[in-house]
Design a protein around this ligand. Structure first.
Ligand SMILES: O=P(O)(O)OC[C@@]1(O)O[C@H](CO)[C@@H](O)[C@@H]1O
Length: 388
């Protein structure tokens, strides 16, 4: 087995790879969708057209010198501008794409589009959907179940909520069934970290808004309400990212949606609303959450936050890539080994939508590969993977 540290970084340019399909197929579609989502003015439409051209021609241009974070991106992207989009590490190239998309829409500019979420229309449609009504109504039945089933239910709800990812939906063939047998199931570890010690601080690093964030909030309510956490810090993105990633505005909208719902959902929403006001639920939108870097490069203040938590729960595929490192790890590499740098207990809840994979033995891997399905990238499979 190769040394884990030799694991190659996932690049965008490998023929036939998932990463290449994201650059070649997903990004052009996304620019076109954003272009049509809001009544943008001519200058914004032109900027979006320039970005589309840049992506299709496959020549990466630097951020405009007037951008507030131009210096940071110039440093991170040194030696990459003028080259092909696909010739950079996958994680870096995707992050930069979303940053450029916001630039084109005027999100950080001085004009009228400042602060307008280009993905707002799709996020709002999802939050208003009948599917969300059904999911909130289902909480009434869940509340009648025995305690251990409720605990398992809120955890699985949050885990599978990660399938609701509007960026993945763009190129996923859709409608694929979930495979309920988890690829890795460390849920016993998660519960023991919460139950076998006095309640402490739990950090939940969120992923998508809407149909993922709602069950995340239900999980948070469970932890606070059952005394499994004294406080929860909910980490979200400071600005729109990867289409549906949750921002503070999305948290506010989801809490309003919950609090306005009848039955159990309304009770959950009311409790969380009060917890926010009382400081038992805090919101953090650290700039590093949108950085094109792995968590091993996190700044000291963020490290301090996770270090003071009795448990950090990370949600979703992108957070998993950043936690483990966006590399083709030998799949049997222990999760504890690749996350040894993380300053405290950490559990990842993830449906699999990219090639990064650790902690899976040869026999399990062979059995999954033998199914012949693209199980590593289509969101059909999920894992709860952690270390104390
Ligand atoms: O973090 P999430 O929402 O679970 O997934 C993000 C995602 O859809 O985006 C990337 C491709 O663009 C993949 O890593 C992953 O499939």
């Amino acid at each position: 087995m190769p040394e884990a540290t030799d694991a190659p970084v996932i690049m965008g340019n490998v023929p036939g790879s998932y990463a290449l399909s994201v650059f070649r197929e997903r990004h052009p579609v996304l620019v076109r969708q954003v272009r049509d989502a809001l009544p943008y003015s001519l200058d914004r439409l032109r900027a979006l057209d320039r970005l589309l051209d840049e992506v299709v021609r496959d020549v990466m241009e630097p951020l405009d010198g007037s951008a507030h974070d131009h210096a940071a991106w110039a440093r991170w992207g040194q030696g990459r501008f003028g080259g092909r989009w696909v010739d950079v590490p996958f994680l870096w190239g995707e992050s930069y794409f979303y940053r450029k998309l916001l630039e084109a829409t005027g999100y950080f500019g001085d004009g009228p589009w400042r602060g307008v979420d280009p993905f707002g229309p799709v996020k709002q449609a999802e939050l208003r959907s009948a599917a969300v009504d059904d999911e909130l109504t289902a909480l009434d039945h869940a509340a009648t179940l025995p305690e251990h089933e409720q605990a398992a239910g809120v955890l699985l709800g949050s885990l599978w909520g990660n399938r609701a990812d509007l960026s993945h939906a763009i190129t996923a063939s859709g409608g694929r069934d979930r495979v309920t047998d988890l690829v890795v199931d460390d849920s016993a570890l998660l519960w023991s970290l919460l139950r076998d010690r006095p309640p402490g601080k739990v950090c939940l690093v969120a992923d998508n808004a809407g149909r993922e964030l709602l069950p995340d909030l239900v999980l948070i309510d469970h932890l606070l309400d059952r005394g499994l956490a004294a406080e929860v810090v909910l980490h979200v993105k400071p600005y729109p990212y990867f289409v549906s990633d949750a921002t503070p505005a999305d948290v506010a909208e989801s809490l309003r949606r919950l609090a306005a719902a009848p039955g159990q959902a309304g009770k959950v929403g009311g409790r969380l609303w009060r917890a926010m006001g009382a400081g038992r639920l805090a919101l953090r939108a650290h700039p590093f959450s949108c950085a094109p870097l792995p968590y091993s490069d996190m700044p000291d203040d963020l490290r301090g936050d996770f270090a003071s938590a009795s448990l950090t729960i990370t949600k979703g595929d992108l957070n998993y890539r950043r936690l483990a490192g966006d590399r083709f790890w030998p799949p049997a590499t222990p999760f504890a080994e690749v996350t040894a740098y993380f300053p405290g207990p950490v559990v990842a809840l993830r449906t699999l939508k990219s090639d990064v994979l650790v902690g899976v033995g040869e026999r399990e891997l062979a059995a999954l590969d033998a199914t012949g399905s693209p199980w590593r990238t289509t969101g059909t499979h999920a894992m709860i993977q952690g270390r104390a």
